[in-house]
Design a protein around this ligand. Structure first.
Ligand code: TXA
Ligand code: MG
Length: 344
């Protein structure tokens, strides 16, 4: 069976997606970050289908997508003052917040944790489906486990079509291109960054205010044991990717590989060392944002990684950029793509 691409502008195609969800099958839906593989949270069968389609281990919990703060309140035991402020400022949008869950929330969503991750997506197509269904939707990124997240409907079809995905609703290219920022604010005196993402840590600090301790520790060591899908091998292209944190002069080996390899830069080279890298005889040089915009670079990151992955290259060398703004999320994804684990 081939995967349907549904056009939400055409009459009845939203209802076709709704019917698949109501049959407890997942449907891929656009969000403002990346495409998600959505399924009803009220059915453990539907939730299990997410894990099987993605080949995702059950220890990796799912983000639950809600329409608004009122629907979030139905799923959690309390919303503290810090969580309330974050919701007011950033929802709908790419911020995922952990809450203490009510017993009714399936353990399949949380992998047994007492905390559930909630976010209210801004994409109108996702919101329309939430409204039609009248129930929250669990949705991880719509890729096979450990692979690059899809930012277009075609990416989703290529990624999950061969494994039996019934349909994707086409909502165009995702605006942000990297996943939501995930924070734990269940202690109202501390804001803990679990995954850098489309909302900059600096913006969260501004909203949290002066009395709140901001904790942006590297989450990798926890990941393997206790799950938060922050595994080192995430976002991996098939072509080996080398994340270059120290841009000191490239070795003779790298020089030798350049003709069969690509160089990926977040912004045009500024430092002398970076210019030395660019001057090697690369098969391809890709700059994520020619104007040096972190927002544009994030939007192009997964798209360009996928494109490079299809070019039969020996390796992709990616140079680390500044950690400010969305640079933190971009460097995190590149580091994980290299299998080195993340760090905040
Ligand atoms: O932008 C996004 O967040 C996208 C779109 C589709 O909404 N979703 C997404 O989901 O990136 P996923 O599953 O690919 O990544 C979510 C991460 C996982 O690494 C998971 O381990 C973590 O969130 N997570 C989910 N629930 C959690 C929980 N209860 N406690 C700790 N981490 C959790
Ligand atoms: Mg993912």
């Amino acid at each position: 069976m081939s995967c349907l691409i549904l056009d939400p502008q055409r009459s009845g195609q939203d209802l076709a997606a709704l019917r698949i969800l109501q049959r407890n099958e997942p449907v891929a839906l656009p969000t403002e970050t990346v495409y998600g593989l959505a399924a009803r949270i009220g059915s453990d069968l539907a939730l299990s289908r997410i894990f099987s389609l993605k080949a995702r281990p059950h220890f990796d919990p799912l983000i639950v997508h809600v329409l608004n703060a009122e629907s979030a309140a139905q799923l959690v035991t309390e919303v503290n003052e810090l969580q309330q402020r974050l919701i007011q400022k950033f929802w709908p949008g790419p911020l995922t917040i952990l809450f203490k869950k009510r017993p009714a929330v399936s353990d399949l969503c949380t992998s047994g944790s007492p905390l559930v991750a909630l976010r209210s997506p801004a994409h109108p197509v996702f919101r329309h489906l939430l409204t039609l269904l009248g129930e929250p939707l669990a949705a991880p990124s719509a890729n096979r486990f450990g692979r690059i997240s899809p930012t277009s409907a075609d990416d989703v079809v290529r990624e999950l079509g061969p494994y039996g995905l019934e349909a994707v609703v086409d909502g165009g290219i995702c605006q942000h291109g990297v996943e939501s920022t995930i924070v734990d604010a269940s202690d109202p005196t501390r804001l803990v960054l679990l995954r850098p993402g489309a909302i900059a840590w600096e913006s969260l600090g501004a909203v949290a205010g002066p009395g709140i301790e901001m904790v942006a520790k590297a989450p990798v060591s926890v990941a393997a044991a206790s799950a938060p899908g922050l595994l080192a091998s995430h976002y991996a292209p098939r072509t080996p990717l080398i994340f270059v944190e120290d841009t000191a002069v490239p070795s003779a080996t790298i020089h030798g590989e350049a003709a069969q390899s690509a160089l990926l830069l977040i912004a045009p080279p500024r430092k002398a060392n970076e210019k030395t890298w660019v001057q090697l005889p690369w098969r391809r040089v890709v700059v994520l944002s020619e104007t040096g915009s972190d927002v544009e670079a994030a939007a192009h990151l997964f798209r360009d990684m996928r494109a490079l992955d299809g070019e039969g290259l020996q390796r992709i060398y990616a140079l680390k950029g500044p950690d400010s703004g969305l640079g933190l999320a971009i460097n995190d994804r590149l580091r994980r793509a290299a299998g080195k684990g993340g760090g905040a």
